[in-house]
Design a protein around this ligand. Structure first.
Ligand SMILES: Nc1ncnc2c1ncn2[C@@H]1O[C@H](COP(=O)(O)OP(=O)(O)OP(=O)(O)O)[C@@H](O)[C@H]1O
Ligand SMILES: [Mg+2]
Length: 340
């Protein structure tokens, strides 16, 4: 009887563990908002790689959700009950970064605490570390990180003994590391070590399908936060948002919604509640990556042509000087609905 009970208990615990895992994965992935095929595909990759312990490099423009993704990976993984430690490599001066990451021994330098201090890698033991803005790390620090990746151990500043660590490393950057490698500013060997799995987050303007979903999500968030009940965003306002290129990506969208709460006086966010640069897009600065600017100009011209022709594709194609199938290809490329 006792044996049976014991076995049943074990089985129950197993099921509990499984349930916890499924729930954890469900909730963590749900925090990544987006219904576009790009986001769906990325979420699929996230659930596939979350438990592999492989190093992940998350790339994408500022505000595309790199931190959101890193969080989700940790939450889904079996490491979720241990620490998730973030460090912004760009914000910390190099000499301090080293002791922040690796810790230090007592007396390592003037001002060092008695008994020394554990570094971020030690704190992340059993868990995950996010090396944010890795593209801004000095070559000297890059060499030290490479060593950690190779040896899986860290040595405190002023120490003489290395400690083994079990840490999942996620690195993130909005910089083009390949360009940096060409310029000799980023180590190629470190790049290969980090880039075992790459999650390249698309800019918001490349997935306009997500704009409405994100607006609805942020509306729920700010309804709770401000205790104001906004029900929806007016269609005209949404159309402006779909046309706007969002250089600051999801962060900028979030700010635009938050800002609108200051002006809204009914239950609908209207065009007049949006920042003027979203409405008057000619004011938007055109300095940046040339391909992106050209893409953006193409996208806007297509949208304007469709607006002028009230969605008539043949006429829009004529205005744009391309044929109908060419226009359909471009609609697909820019994620513009064919029933626009
Ligand atoms: N897919 C998403 N679902 C929900 N919120 C998102 C998503 N993407 C971004 N956000 C929100 O947008 C803001 C910026 O996201 P995050 O900090 O992850 O961007 P980032 O890529 O790390 O930017 P940076 O390069 O500037 O550090 C946060 O408020 C975050 O909650
Ligand atoms: Mg970030």
């Amino acid at each position: 009887m006792y044996k049976k009970l014991n076995a049943a208990n074990k089985e129950l615990n197993l099921y509990k563990e499984r349930l916890k895992k499924i729930n954890g994965e469900y909730f963590a992935l749900d925090k990544i908002i987006g219904e576009s095929k790009e986001i769906k595909q990325l979420k699929k990759v996230v659930s596939q790689v979350a438990n592999t312990d492989s190093t992940i490099l998350i790339t994408g423009e500022s505000g595309t959700g790199k931190e959101v993704f890193a969080n989700a990976i940790h939450e889904i993984s079996d490491r979720r009950d241990n620490n998730f430690i973030k460090i912004n490599c760009a914000a910390i001066p190099e000499n301090i970064l080293e002791s922040e990451l690796f810790g230090y021994e007592e007396g390592a330098f003037t001002g060092a605490k008695r008994g020394g201090k554990a570094g971020k890698f030690e704190l992340a033991h059993g868990g995950t570390i996010l090396l944010d803005e890795i593209g801004d790390m000095s070559l000297n620090m890059q060499a030290k990180i490479l060593r950690v990746l190779q040896e899986k151990e860290v040595m405190r500043v002023g120490g003489y003994k290395a400690n083994k660590i079990d840490v999942r490393i996620i690195a993130a950057t909005n910089q083009n590391l390949q360009e940096k490698i060409k310029k000799g500013e980023f180590r190629e060997d470190l790049y290969f070590r980090l880039n075992v799995v790459n999650l390249n987050l698309p800019a918001l303007r490349e997935r306009p399908d997500d704009i409405k979903t994100l607006c609805d999500y942020f509306i729920t968030i700010y309804n709770k936060k401000f205790g104001i009940y906004v029900e929806q965003i007016e269609d005209d306002a949404l159309q402006h948002m779909i046309k706007y290129p969002w250089p600051g990506n999801v962060r900028e969208l979030r700010n635009a919604i938050e800002r609108a709460y200051n002006f809204v006086n009914g239950n609908t966010i209207k065009t007049e509640h949006l920042p003027s640069k979203i409405i008057n897009q000619q004011m938007f600065s055109r300095v940046g990556d040339l391909n992106k600017i050209l893409d953006d100009v193409e996208r806007r011209s297509i949208l304007e042509a469709l607006e002028t022709t009230k969605g008539n594709k043949s006429r829009a194609a004529k205005i744009l000087g391309i044929n109908r199938s060419g226009l359909y290809q471009k609609l697909k490329k820019h994620g513009i609905p064919t029933n626009f």
